[in-house]
Design a protein around this ligand. Structure first.
Ligand code: SF4
Length: 207
Protein backbone atom coordinates (compact mmCIF):
# COMPACT_ATOMS: atom_id res chain seq x y z
CA UNK A 1 0.00 0.00 0.00
CA UNK A 2 1.14 3.49 -0.81
CA UNK A 3 2.34 5.20 2.40
CA UNK A 4 1.27 8.79 2.97
CA UNK A 5 3.90 11.36 3.92
CA UNK A 6 3.36 13.71 6.86
CA UNK A 7 2.82 16.50 4.37
CA UNK A 8 0.09 14.67 2.51
CA UNK A 9 -1.67 13.81 5.78
CA UNK A 10 -1.68 17.49 6.63
CA UNK A 11 -2.92 18.20 3.12
CA UNK A 12 -5.66 15.61 3.57
CA UNK A 13 -6.80 17.24 6.81
CA UNK A 14 -6.86 20.62 5.14
CA UNK A 15 -8.77 19.27 2.09
CA UNK A 16 -11.33 17.50 4.29
CA UNK A 17 -11.79 20.66 6.32
CA UNK A 18 -12.43 22.61 3.11
CA UNK A 19 -14.94 20.05 1.88
CA UNK A 20 -16.86 19.68 5.13
CA UNK A 21 -16.29 22.72 7.35
CA UNK A 22 -19.35 21.89 9.46
CA UNK A 23 -18.92 18.13 9.81
CA UNK A 24 -20.46 16.87 13.04
CA UNK A 25 -22.39 13.93 14.43
CA UNK A 26 -25.75 14.06 12.65
CA UNK A 27 -27.69 12.13 15.28
CA UNK A 28 -30.00 14.22 17.47
CA UNK A 29 -29.69 13.68 21.23
CA UNK A 30 -30.05 15.59 24.49
CA UNK A 31 -28.20 13.34 26.91
CA UNK A 32 -26.03 10.23 27.13
CA UNK A 33 -28.99 7.82 27.28
CA UNK A 34 -30.43 9.29 24.06
CA UNK A 35 -27.03 9.17 22.33
CA UNK A 36 -26.52 5.51 23.26
CA UNK A 37 -29.96 4.61 21.91
CA UNK A 38 -29.54 6.68 18.72
CA UNK A 39 -26.10 5.22 17.97
CA UNK A 40 -27.27 1.67 18.62
CA UNK A 41 -30.21 2.18 16.24
CA UNK A 42 -28.06 3.66 13.49
CA UNK A 43 -26.69 0.47 11.95
CA UNK A 44 -27.91 -0.31 8.41
CA UNK A 45 -29.90 2.92 8.11
CA UNK A 46 -29.43 6.69 7.85
CA UNK A 47 -29.02 9.20 10.68
CA UNK A 48 -31.95 11.15 9.23
CA UNK A 49 -34.25 8.17 9.63
CA UNK A 50 -32.92 7.49 13.14
CA UNK A 51 -33.69 11.10 14.11
CA UNK A 52 -37.27 10.79 12.85
CA UNK A 53 -37.76 7.61 14.85
CA UNK A 54 -36.04 8.71 18.08
CA UNK A 55 -38.20 11.84 18.16
CA UNK A 56 -41.24 9.58 18.57
CA UNK A 57 -39.42 7.05 20.76
CA UNK A 58 -38.06 9.57 23.29
CA UNK A 59 -41.34 11.43 23.56
CA UNK A 60 -42.96 8.16 24.65
CA UNK A 61 -40.00 6.75 26.64
CA UNK A 62 -37.87 9.68 27.83
CA UNK A 63 -35.64 7.70 30.21
CA UNK A 64 -34.15 4.22 30.42
CA UNK A 65 -36.54 3.51 33.29
CA UNK A 66 -39.45 4.12 30.90
CA UNK A 67 -37.90 2.14 28.06
CA UNK A 68 -37.06 -0.81 30.31
CA UNK A 69 -40.77 -1.18 31.08
CA UNK A 70 -41.91 -0.70 27.48
CA UNK A 71 -44.10 -3.13 25.60
CA UNK A 72 -41.74 -4.66 23.03
CA UNK A 73 -44.41 -4.77 20.30
CA UNK A 74 -45.04 -1.05 20.65
CA UNK A 75 -41.31 -0.35 20.42
CA UNK A 76 -41.00 -2.63 17.37
CA UNK A 77 -43.77 -0.64 15.70
CA UNK A 78 -41.98 2.69 16.35
CA UNK A 79 -38.69 1.27 15.03
CA UNK A 80 -40.23 -0.20 11.88
CA UNK A 81 -38.82 2.46 9.49
CA UNK A 82 -35.26 1.51 10.53
CA UNK A 83 -35.27 -2.14 9.50
CA UNK A 84 -34.13 -4.93 11.83
CA UNK A 85 -36.76 -3.46 14.16
CA UNK A 86 -37.32 -6.63 16.20
CA UNK A 87 -33.62 -7.01 17.05
CA UNK A 88 -33.22 -3.30 17.70
CA UNK A 89 -36.33 -3.15 19.94
CA UNK A 90 -35.09 -6.09 22.00
CA UNK A 91 -31.60 -4.55 22.28
CA UNK A 92 -32.69 -1.11 23.47
CA UNK A 93 -35.12 -2.55 26.03
CA UNK A 94 -32.46 -4.96 27.32
CA UNK A 95 -29.79 -2.25 27.47
CA UNK A 96 -32.20 -0.03 29.42
CA UNK A 97 -32.74 -2.83 31.93
CA UNK A 98 -28.96 -3.22 32.21
CA UNK A 99 -28.56 0.51 32.93
CA UNK A 100 -31.07 0.18 35.78
CA UNK A 101 -29.21 -2.80 37.25
CA UNK A 102 -25.82 -1.10 36.95
CA UNK A 103 -27.21 2.16 38.33
CA UNK A 104 -24.34 3.98 36.62
CA UNK A 105 -23.92 5.29 33.10
CA UNK A 106 -21.08 3.64 31.13
CA UNK A 107 -17.87 5.64 30.85
CA UNK A 108 -15.40 3.32 29.15
CA UNK A 109 -15.20 1.31 25.92
CA UNK A 110 -15.61 -1.91 27.91
CA UNK A 111 -18.62 -0.65 29.88
CA UNK A 112 -20.31 0.58 26.71
CA UNK A 113 -19.67 -2.68 24.89
CA UNK A 114 -21.43 -4.59 27.68
CA UNK A 115 -24.70 -3.02 26.50
CA UNK A 116 -26.90 -4.95 24.06
CA UNK A 117 -26.51 -3.69 20.50
CA UNK A 118 -23.43 -1.58 21.28
CA UNK A 119 -20.35 -2.87 19.47
CA UNK A 120 -16.87 -1.40 19.26
CA UNK A 121 -17.79 1.14 16.57
CA UNK A 122 -20.83 2.40 18.51
CA UNK A 123 -18.81 2.57 21.72
CA UNK A 124 -16.08 4.61 20.02
CA UNK A 125 -18.65 7.04 18.58
CA UNK A 126 -20.13 7.56 22.06
CA UNK A 127 -16.71 7.97 23.71
CA UNK A 128 -15.58 10.63 21.26
CA UNK A 129 -18.92 12.34 20.79
CA UNK A 130 -20.10 12.50 24.40
CA UNK A 131 -16.98 12.20 26.52
CA UNK A 132 -14.64 13.88 24.01
CA UNK A 133 -12.20 11.00 24.47
CA UNK A 134 -10.10 10.78 21.29
CA UNK A 135 -11.05 7.66 19.36
CA UNK A 136 -11.65 6.55 15.79
CA UNK A 137 -14.89 4.73 15.10
CA UNK A 138 -14.59 2.69 11.93
CA UNK A 139 -17.91 2.33 10.17
CA UNK A 140 -18.55 1.36 6.57
CA UNK A 141 -17.70 4.89 5.34
CA UNK A 142 -14.43 5.14 7.26
CA UNK A 143 -13.44 1.65 6.11
CA UNK A 144 -14.12 2.39 2.44
CA UNK A 145 -12.56 5.87 2.30
CA UNK A 146 -9.47 4.79 4.27
CA UNK A 147 -8.98 2.07 1.72
CA UNK A 148 -9.50 4.27 -1.35
CA UNK A 149 -7.26 6.99 0.05
CA UNK A 150 -4.50 4.45 0.69
CA UNK A 151 -4.54 5.25 4.41
CA UNK A 152 -5.35 1.82 5.80
CA UNK A 153 -6.80 -1.51 4.80
CA UNK A 154 -7.80 -4.73 6.54
CA UNK A 155 -10.41 -5.53 9.15
CA UNK A 156 -12.32 -2.87 11.06
CA UNK A 157 -10.00 -3.28 14.04
CA UNK A 158 -6.87 -3.18 11.86
CA UNK A 159 -8.04 0.00 10.13
CA UNK A 160 -8.85 1.59 13.50
CA UNK A 161 -5.36 0.79 14.80
CA UNK A 162 -3.60 1.92 11.61
CA UNK A 163 -5.47 5.24 11.54
CA UNK A 164 -4.70 5.83 15.22
CA UNK A 165 -1.03 5.21 14.51
CA UNK A 166 -0.98 7.41 11.43
CA UNK A 167 -2.69 10.48 12.84
CA UNK A 168 -1.98 12.58 15.93
CA UNK A 169 -4.36 11.87 18.78
CA UNK A 170 -5.69 15.43 18.58
CA UNK A 171 -6.89 14.70 15.02
CA UNK A 172 -8.67 11.39 15.70
CA UNK A 173 -12.14 12.86 16.14
CA UNK A 174 -11.66 15.11 13.10
CA UNK A 175 -10.52 12.22 10.91
CA UNK A 176 -13.36 9.97 12.04
CA UNK A 177 -16.13 12.49 11.45
CA UNK A 178 -14.66 13.80 8.17
CA UNK A 179 -14.11 10.36 6.66
CA UNK A 180 -17.73 9.58 7.57
CA UNK A 181 -18.84 12.72 5.71
CA UNK A 182 -16.53 11.99 2.76
CA UNK A 183 -17.96 8.47 2.43
CA UNK A 184 -21.55 9.52 3.04
CA UNK A 185 -21.71 12.44 0.62
CA UNK A 186 -18.93 12.15 -2.00
CA UNK A 187 -16.88 8.96 -1.92
CA UNK A 188 -19.96 6.75 -1.90
CA UNK A 189 -19.89 2.97 -2.21
CA UNK A 190 -21.46 3.19 -5.67
CA UNK A 191 -21.13 6.24 -7.92
CA UNK A 192 -18.30 7.99 -6.10
CA UNK A 193 -18.07 11.61 -7.22
CA UNK A 194 -14.36 12.09 -7.88
CA UNK A 195 -15.04 15.07 -10.18
CA UNK A 196 -16.31 17.16 -7.29
CA UNK A 197 -13.91 15.78 -4.67
CA UNK A 198 -11.26 18.19 -3.35
CA UNK A 199 -8.86 15.57 -1.96
CA UNK A 200 -5.42 16.07 -3.48
CA UNK A 201 -3.36 13.04 -4.39
CA UNK A 202 -6.04 10.39 -3.90
CA UNK A 203 -4.65 7.17 -5.50
CA UNK A 204 -8.19 6.00 -6.35
CA UNK A 205 -9.39 9.08 -8.20
CA UNK A 206 -11.48 7.96 -11.22
CA UNK A 207 -10.38 4.34 -10.72
S1 SF4 B 1 -10.98 11.33 -5.37
FE1 SF4 B 1 -12.65 9.84 -5.69
S2 SF4 B 1 -11.90 7.92 -4.77
FE2 SF4 B 1 -10.63 9.60 -3.97
S3 SF4 B 1 -11.58 10.21 -2.05
FE3 SF4 B 1 -12.39 11.56 -3.64
S4 SF4 B 1 -14.29 10.54 -4.32
FE4 SF4 B 1 -13.09 9.02 -3.20
Amino acid sequence: MKEQSKLSLNQLISDLDKMFPNARCELDYNNLFELIIAVSLSSQTTDKRVNEVTKVLFSKYPTYNDLAKANIYEVEEILKPLGMNKVKAKNIIELSKKLIIKNKMPETLEELMELDGVGRKCANVILSEYYKIPSIAVDTHVLRTSNRLGLASGSVLEVEKKLMKKFDKKDWYFIHIHLVFLGRYVCKAKNKECAKCLINGCPSRFI
